[in-house]
Design a protein around this ligand. Structure first.
Ligand SMILES: *[C@@H]1O[C@H](CO)[C@@H](O)[C@H](O)[C@H]1NC(C)=O
Ligand SMILES: *[C@@H]1O[C@H](CO)[C@@H](O)[C@H](O)[C@H]1NC(C)=O
Ligand SMILES: *[C@@H]1O[C@H](CO)[C@@H](O)[C@H](O)[C@H]1NC(C)=O
Ligand SMILES: *[C@@H]1O[C@H](CO)[C@@H](O)[C@H](O)[C@H]1NC(C)=O
Ligand SMILES: *[C@@H]1O[C@H](CO)[C@@H](O)[C@H](O)[C@H]1NC(C)=O
Length: 672
């Protein structure tokens, strides 16, 4: 009996133990699920919830009670972002490699840089940082994937509704040659939900979606006209992703809103130090079909003139990002679109304040104390205009890899740090990564490029004051006449109204007029009876100088070269003196400008730019591409007392988009 009793006791103890374990398990599982349920119900989620990480063979999930982010293991594709009532803000119908991913356009197409390993870098209550890596292997990868070692980082922080992403890309010396023309992160949001796009205070609207099958592609194949959209308001609208391009300096915030949920998805870029080509380089932002892009490298608006060629023997390593993917929500009763946009702007200024981020763990991303500063003052000396030096107001000043003056706009590999001067021409460039740079600048209202003839070496903690620097812009004599404003764009010239059938209502503002589709074709209809003639003294460049020197469409897809004339009168000419024609271009695509003086029939032009440009600025609705300046020496015997004409011929006409845009033209007299 006793024995039995003892056995029974043991048995009961065991049963109790099992029950306790089950109970414990039950509580554990429940507590793990509670926050997820709260989020699903859109209830109050706890902003103080700690970060939690779950890993399995298929996926890695980070959850901070505000967002739950899922990455595929080990590819590093972002497959899920759960926020508020939305189970996934990404398009769950897409394949895993087509929801949220990095990609590189290279010699063999598009590589979505799938990784092979995942490693937990930081795992605390406050923060989880993950690293998805791949080491390029000649035997296995040659010809199949970009010769590049990859480290894609993801960070989720406690109390922060979003996700930080950055990438560390490295080419070892022995890696074979490659071009990497575009490097970006793409997000494909849930199309039924994210239909309202916001790029700026004024550029916001409902966009066509997957259901809008009724469209027709236009002459430039990436553009379409919506012939039968689901949303009748959009009928007849033009859609073309290039209409939403932005300069690097302005590309800090863009994204989408789901009207059903009053939820916003934003790409916040607090610094553009890692983007290529300097502050004016343009790139894509958000575009139809609920797509949001974070562009790091792109040859758009420069073509192959920007350096994205990587050679064997050259070691290269670069950190792209971090960028911040921010989610917000509003009550759907108030003016939630405005609330979300304003809140995203507020968040952007927070992110800028905390730049450079101090919570990243890659040693390749230096924190503030590992960076340096450069300050100084820029003055302009233009002896024919001002006797004294003038302070270069609002000038762009930047550090970029060493090169010739202006080389920064073609640099595709290094870091750049730009700022604008204040009223006194003073500048202060903060948070510069250690390295060797040149200091470059350009000044609104003056032609040419400044470069300080000194290598600026930044070491951690450096504070360098360069003192007063003097820019002496190209000039050989007093101005006889000028056309336009030296500002590196064609924005001040005549920009026609679009054809009524080719309107995008997001480009109606005066400042965005140049973004309308098909403006290049308007030249042939406005100048039906003859090419452009500009008479100095009588013409007005904002009305009489077409913004792009394009070809003439003669029907059946054929084009003809066009010759523009500048007529001017000189009371006196010094036949032995030297005049200068300053010809500044804002863009060039597959073009050549030939310059002739007074006789259009001269077999040989006096000057030719030769074949220049691949920037496609006309076709892609940019108001500029790359800047070029030609200082053309004109001996006095080329011109005459009285009436003169300069003939500018754009000779290349194989493509409808062969064109240049002028920035500014000036004739200078002999120096006195
Ligand atoms: C490179 O790939 C080949 C072929 O798949 C494999 O045999 C080799 O072990 C790999 N090398 C390294 C260093 O991973
Ligand atoms: C990191 O930066 C934040 C915001 O700029 C600041 O509040 C915090 O004190 C910094 N932390 C450390 C450890 O420096
Ligand atoms: C400046 O740096 C460039 C590129 O690193 C180098 O070629 C050049 O010799 C340097 N110039 C001086 C004066 O140190
Ligand atoms: C040139 O034309 C523009 C636009 O019509 C006008 O605003 C400007 O005043 C004109 N300039 C002169 C000097 O007439
Ligand atoms: C004409 O130009 C020449 C060469 O620059 C100069 O020597 C001469 O003084 C000029 N003549 C006049 C009348 O300005």
């Amino acid at each position: 009996m006793v024995k039995v009793g003892k056995r029974n006791h043991l048995r009961q103890l065991l049963l109790w133990l099992i029950m306790i374990i089950e109970l414990l398990l039950f509580f554990f599982v429940c507590s793990a699920e509670i926050p997820a349920r709260k989020i699903l119900e859109g209830g109050d989620s706890d902003p103080h919830e700690v970060c939690r990480l779950q890993t399995s063979d298929q996926k890695v999930v980070i959850d901070n009670g505000l967002v739950e982010v899922t990455m595929e293991n080990p590819s590093g594709y972002l497959t899920g972002i759960k926020y508020k009532g939305l189970d996934n803000v990404l398009e769950s119908r897409n394949h895993n490699h087509n929801k949220g991913y990095w990609d590189i356009v290279w010699d063999h197409g598009v590589d979505k840089i799938e990784t092979k390993h995942v490693k937990v870098i930081t795992r605390t209550d406050d923060l989880v940082e993950l690293s998805f890596t791949k080491t390029w292997n000649f035997t296995a990868d040659h010809g199949n994937s970009v010769p590049l070692n990859i480290d894609k980082r993801f960070i989720v922080r406690r109390g922060v509704p979003g996700l930080y992403m950055y990438g560390i890309f490295e080419r070892q010396e022995e890696f074979p040659d490659a071009h990497m023309n575009h490097i970006r992160i793409a997000f494909k949001l849930k199309e039924e939900k994210f239909r309202f796009m916001a790029l700026s205070d004024t550029r916001q609207r409902i966009m066509p979606s997957a259901g809008d099958r009724g469209y027709q592609t236009l002459a430039y194949r990436e553009a379409m006209i919506l012939t039968n959209p689901l949303d009748p308001q959009l009928r007849g609208e033009i859609e073309d992703k290039y209409q939403y391009s932005t300069e690097n300096k302005d590309n800090k915030l863009h994204g989408w809103i789901s009207d059903d949920d009053a939820v916003g998805f934003w790409i916040i870029t607090p610094s553009d130090e890692f983007r290529i080509g300097g502050p004016h380089k343009q790139g894509l932002t958000s575009h139809p079909r609920s797509t949001a892009l974070s562009m790091f490298v792109t040859t758009h608006y420069t073509g192959k003139d920007i350096d994205t060629t990587y050679k064997k023997g050259e070691h290269w390593k670069k950190v792209f990002g971090p960028v911040f993917i921010y989610l917000n929500s509003a009550s759907s009763e108030d003016d939630y679109r405005k609330t979300l946009w304003n809140d995203a702007k507020r968040q952007l200024s927070e992110e800028i304040k905390s730049w450079p981020y101090n919570f990243t763990r890659s040693e390749d991303f230096p924190h503030a104390e590992q960076r340096g500063e450069v300050s100084g003052q820029l003055l302009v000396g233009e002896r024919f205009i001002h006797k004294e030096l003038v302070q270069a107001q609002s000038a762009f000043v930047g550090l970029a890899p060493p090169g010739d003056a202006g080389s920064w706009q073609k640099d595709g590999k290094g870091y750049q740090f730009w700022t604008q001067t204040d009223k006194k021409g003073s500048f202060h460039i903060k948070n510069v990564r250690p390295g060797e740079y040149n200091l470059y600048a350009w000044v609104h209202g003056f032609i040419g490029d400044y470069r300080l003839d000194l290598n600026v070496t930044i070491q951690p903690g450096n504070k360098i004051n360069l003192g007063s620097l003097i820019y002496d812009p190209p000039r050989n004599g007093p101005t006889l006449w000028e056309i336009g404003i030296p500002d590196r764009t064609a924005a001040e010239f005549f920009i026609p109204e679009p054809y009524p059938t080719f309107v995008n209502s997001l480009c109606l503002d005066d400042a965005d007029k140049y973004r309308q589709y098909g403006l290049w074709e308007r030249y042939s209809d406005i100048y039906r009876h003859g090419d452009l003639v500009y008479t100095v003294g009588a013409s007005n460049y904002s009305r009489d100088w077409f913004f792009a020197h394009v070809v003439r469409n003669i029907g059946n897809g054929a084009n003809r070269p066009t010759t523009w004339q500048i007529k001017f009168n000189l009371e006196d000419v010094n036949e032995t003196g030297h005049y200068t024609l300053q010809l500044a271009l804002a863009a060039a695509s597959y073009a050549e400008i030939q310059v002739r003086f007074n006789n259009p029939e001269d077999v040989r032009p006096y000057f030719t730019t030769r074949r220049i440009g691949y920037d496609n600025a006309v076709a892609r609705h940019g108001i500029h591409g790359l800047y070029r300046l030609y200082s053309i020496d004109v001996p006095g015997n080329r011109i005459k007392k009285g009436d003169n004409t300069i003939f500018l011929t754009q000779t290349r006409h194989q493509s409808s988009y062969a064109a240049v845009m002028y920035d500014y033209i000036r004739l200078e007299g002999p120096s006195v």
